[in-house]
Write a protein that binds this ligand. Structure first.
Ligand code: UDX
Length: 441
């Protein structure tokens, strides 16, 4: 059955969720406080780069199933099913997540709910949040106990957001076990098409659902830092971490995914989510359980420093050196530069006196806004002009396909450092280049 749905927040998560719910045939209203974003979305324009999303957005706006507004009154009037997809960034100067955007949705929406409603939280939140919000919503809403809060964590990856929303590995729903309500029934209706595809659907209590998300991200971050720690040992021993990862990855218990060593993880999720998880465990008195995540974070940050050191070694001194940086996004197929290892390395090198020229296929505008003092080139070749060293920091296909002959005549020195282990070392060495990878001889 087609539902009327509102989605609060129109960032990577909310905009994707809104468009994909309309794609499933529901009537959807996206809500945000940012008028500039709303007018773009209403015009069928996605305010960030995400493959496939613009088509889905435009198709559903044209079909009359999707529109965007800043009016909470309109949302409360329109829908009885509400999704929260606003951000939970790291608090300034603390590890904990800042809940002000999530809280604001409840504080503004709940007083307008005069009919029974189900609010599904999707944002990544500290365990215990759903219970707290449910209580607050019941307190504030004229409909009182007829307003339910359930938790439906989102696992989408940027770059695959549409695919991950319409064909997720699993759906998780946390419901209040002490107050049986309609949340599961409504979720089954909203996701009926996905359930028909036999996508696993796990119904849990609220705390478990919140913890599923935090644990999944902690596991992925740990896996990446594990291989990056091994990569440090490989460097010390003269071994090759890429071959090692292939070899251990054949073990089905380990698996090859998320074992790519390099300059580590970044983005708007993993770094802040593992910190918020540690902070929350501490509040709950279980801080010892997650102290290993501090090491996971340390290993990750150390890879950025190591990359700067490798650049310095290759130039002798960074003062006055010309450094080309290929890649600024935190990963390929994204224009997101939040906590991007690539941009962080570029910034550190520049601050140490080098002239850094950055190129990224999609993340130029966001990089300029975050780091206006770096130089930005129009193409990869322009960035490499007269470079003393070329750093590959995001594994865009455009860079992994580069041939030595493309750069031979452009650079000042034939030195390339592969921060994502995405190039073929023997090919570059055979062409007379000095090649260095992370964790590779
Ligand atoms: C992540 C989770 O994957 C997703 O399930 C969750 O909902 C949000 O956080 P995302 O931030 O889009 O998604 O990026 P992801 O693909 O997980 O990559 C995170 C970072 O790890 C990137 O900087 C990437 O370059 C890095 N990474 C990934 C590695 O360094 N090595 C790997 O092997 C894999």
């Amino acid at each position: 059955m087609s539902e009327k749905i509102s989605v609060f927040g129109t960032g990577y998560l909310g905009a994707t969720h809104a468009a994909c719910m309309a794609e499933l045939g529901h009537m959807v209203l996206g809500v945000d406080v940012d008028e500039a974003k709303l007018s773009k979305l209403n015009a069928g324009e996605v305010p960030f780069y995400e493959p496939e999303l613009e088509e889905v957005l435009q198709r559903n706006i044209a079909a009359g199933r999707l529109r965007f507004t800043s009016s909470y009154e309109e949302a409360a009037d329109f829908a009885d099913v509400h999704f929260i997809g606003v951000g939970t960034p790291q608090k300034k100067g603390e590890f904990a997540a800042d809940m002000k955007f999530v809280d604001a949705v409840i504080e503004t929406l709940a007083p307008l709910l005069t009919r029974p409603a189900v609010i599904f939280g999707k944002s990544t939140v500290p365990v215990g949040t759903a219970e707290r919000l449910a209580l607050r919503a019941r307190e504030l809403a004229p409909a009182g106990d007829d307003v339910e809060v359930a938790w439906n964590p989102e696992f989408l990856r940027e770059g695959f957001a549409v695919k991950d929303t319409l064909h997720p590995d699993r759906l998780v729903l946390g419901v209040d076990r002490n107050r049986p309500g309609r949340a599961e029934e409504v979720a089954r209706d909203v996701y009926a098409q996905l359930l028909d595809e036999e996508i696993p659907f796990l119904v849990t209590d609220l705390a478990t659902a919140e913890l599923v998300k935090a644990s999944a991200n902690a596991f992925l971050a740990t896996k990446i830092s594990f291989i990056n720690a091994i990569s440090e040992v490989c460097e010390a021993a003269g071994a090759d971490v890429t071959v090692l990862a292939d070899a251990i990855g054949h073990d089905a218990r380990i698996g090859r995914k998320f074992l790519n060593a390099g300059i580590g993880f970044g983005g708007g999720c993993l770094p802040k989510d593992i910190r918020a998880f540690m902070a929350r465990a501490g509040e709950l008195g279980a801080d010892q359980a997650l102290t290993f995540l501090r090491e996971v974070d340390n290993i990750n940050m150390r890879r950025r420093t190591r990359m700067v050191e490798l650049a310095r070694e290759s130039c002798g001194s960074l003062l006055g050196a010309r450094v080309a940086v290929l890649g600024a996004a935190f990963k390929p197929n994204s224009d997101d530069v939040r906590d991007s290892p690539a941009l962080n390395v570029a910034g550190q090198i520049q601050l140490q006196g080098a002239a850094v020229s950055v190129y990224d296929p999609k993340a130029m505008d966001n990089s300029r806004a975050l780091f206006p003092t770096l130089s930005y080139a129009n193409t990869a070749l322009d960035a490499c002009e007269e470079a003393d060293v070329v750093l590959v920091l995001t594994e865009w296909q455009e860079f992994s396909k580069l041939q030595p002959a493309d750069l031979d005549a452009v650079v000042a020195k034939k030195v390339i450092i592969d921060g994502r282990n995405c190039l073929n070392p023997s090919q570059w060495r055979a062409a007379g280049w000095t090649y260095r990878g992370l964790g590779r001889p």
